[in-house]
Design a protein around this ligand. Structure first.
Ligand code: UDX
Length: 473
């Protein structure tokens, strides 16, 4: 990892950053905040009380908790804390949060004894912040935590809808929970066809995103996210030019707001913004494993699997005869608190199961040979950053797009696109552990990324441009 040299400057410009309160969004935003701090800016973080990060890890930042301070506010009190329901906050705060956000920003802007505010940087999904920022004459930049490719597909959803690609989406009842829709989908040949507008995608990839055809509130949020990201003063992406060059060309051609591609995991780890306690007890075991011999398995911070598919996972892993380190979050198996569904004695000595791990450190460990992932963008990109090939089992949202891109465009992973079948899992794990071509490609990608961070490289220049741009606001 690159060490950031701290610039010794008088911190006379301030930036307010406002992440979406979920692990996959808090991580890149706080990595960005660290980066901007290292470049001399004063940092204020707006955050909900829900899922607040450990502020003691950030003594150099000022935190302000907003939107859900009133325990009697009927709109927000009783919202689910876990699973997909936890995302209801995104809908509600986008709907009702504008007045409070404006009020809190006015307070910050009027502070005479604090450095003046250069800009607001919010998660792209906080689209309600755009009109608020405009009304205050405050430039708003956006952090988009997924890939450029995903943004372009999301931006084309109305078109894809018009062309009939979402026609089957209303048939699927449970793709958000456990991928049950996969079997259903694989029965229909039409869904294996190529998407004309995005030739690397199959029709089923569009369906697996889980957006309904009509009256979809999530679709509305996505539509507003796209529209207001385009209207923002700049877009910051957790990516690098060599990874998504054609998509970057399209973004630059079609969006007037400047884009900055910054590979955050190469600047700071996400450890300090972890919302869960990290288990480190397995490191002595991992240290003793031969190089590139262990499969790391983790499905991010929100996905859930039903018991039947969890058992397919267990058997697939055990039958592969590879050593593994597996993160099973409490609640990952639907209806279980943790590992009740795990058959006694089946795992043997070959594997370790933990509740949460310092993921980036694990991926950087010499013993790790492959990453079986749900293809969340942070996980995908962290794997690229460490040169680790992937086995992809996406659930919903951007994940099916990331999985397809990983396997068919970058060719640094194997996509388990037919759901949870133990034989296929075993075969995919064995293949990724020995496939020299996949390993070589991901190694080259990592090298390309490392070179881009050197002075004159695209990622290096992107940081410089972002700092210059914000300083000019
Ligand atoms: C969600 C979406 O699923 C994802 O597709 C989107 O891009 C961001 O929001 P999540 O499902 O949590 O995120 O996945 P991911 O994007 O991979 O983020 C998970 C983060 O948690 C990663 O930064 C990873 O390093 C971290 N993590 C995960 C840990 O630190 N420890 C773990 O044990 C597991």
């Amino acid at each position: 990892m690159e060490t950031q040299t701290q610039t010794t400057v008088d911190r006379h410009r301030r930036i307010i950053l406002f992440p979406l309160p979920y692990q996959g969004h808090v991580n890149p935003m706080l990595q960005l905040a660290n980066l901007l701090y290292s470049k001399g800016f004063n940092i204020t973080i707006f955050h909900t009380n829900f899922n607040k990060p450990k502020t003691s890890n950030y003594p150099h930042f000022t935190f302000k908790f907003i939107l859900d301070n009133d325990p009697h506010d009927e709109r927000y009190c009783n919202l689910p804390l876990h699973g997909m329901g936890a995302f209801s906050r995104v809908l509600l705060f986008n709907q009702f949060g504008a007045d409070e956000l404006r009020h809190q920003l006015e307070l910050e802007l009027s502070k005479k004894d604090e450095p003046s505010v250069s800009c607001l940087i919010t998660d792209a999904l906080w689209h309600f912040a755009q009109p608020v920022a405009v009304s205050l004459n405050l430039p708003r930049l956006v952090l988009r935590t997924s890939s450029l490719f995903c943004f372009l597909v999301y931006a084309s959803l109305p078109l894809l809808n018009d062309r009939g690609y979402l026609d089957h989406s209303n048939d699927i009842t449970t793709p958000l929970l456990d991928g049950l829709g996969y079997q259903h989908l694989s029965d229909n040949n039409h869904l294996e066809e190529q998407v004309m507008e995005f030739p690397m995608l199959k029709v089923k990839d569009i369906i697996k995103m889980g957006f309904k055809k009509a009256n979809d509130v999530v679709g509305d949020v996505i539509g507003n996210m796209v529209k207001r990201t385009k209207a923002s003063s700049g877009i910051i992406w957790n990516s690098f030019k060599g990874l998504e060059e054609p998509e970057l060309e399209t973004v630059v051609r079609e969006i007037s707001a400047p884009s900055f591609l910054i590979p955050f995991p190469k600047h700071f780890t996400a450890s300090s913004s972890s919302l869960h306690e990290q288990d480190r007890t397995f490191f002595p075991w991992l240290d003793q494993q031969p190089p590139k011999s262990v499969v790391y398995v983790s499905f991010g911070s929100v996905s859930q699997l039903n018991e039947k598919h969890f058992l397919e996972m267990v058997h697939g892993l055990v039958d592969s005869k590879q050593s593994f380190l597996w993160v099973v979050r409490p609640g990952f198996v639907d209806g279980s608190t943790w590992l009740e569904a795990l058959p006694d004695g089946l795992m043997g000595e070959r594997g370790r199961i933990v509740k949460w791990a310092p993921q980036q450190e694990v991926l950087a460990h010499k013993a790790i040979g492959a990453f079986w992932t749900h293809s969340g963008w942070n996980s995908t990109f962290e794997s690229v950053c460490e040169g680790v090939p992937m086995i992809c089992s996406p659930f919903w949202g951007d994940q099916p797009l990331n999985a397809r891109y990983t396997s068919d465009v970058l060719k640094v992973g194997v996509y388990l696109e037919n759901g949870w079948k133990r034989e296929e899992i075993t075969n995919a794990i064995r293949r990724v552990m020995v496939d020299e071509e996949i390993r070589e490609r991901v190694k080259i990608l990592k090298q390309k990324l490392d070179v881009s961070l050197i002075k004159g490289g695209s990622s290096y220049e992107s940081v410089q441009s972002l700092v210059a741009y914000i300083s000019s606001l």
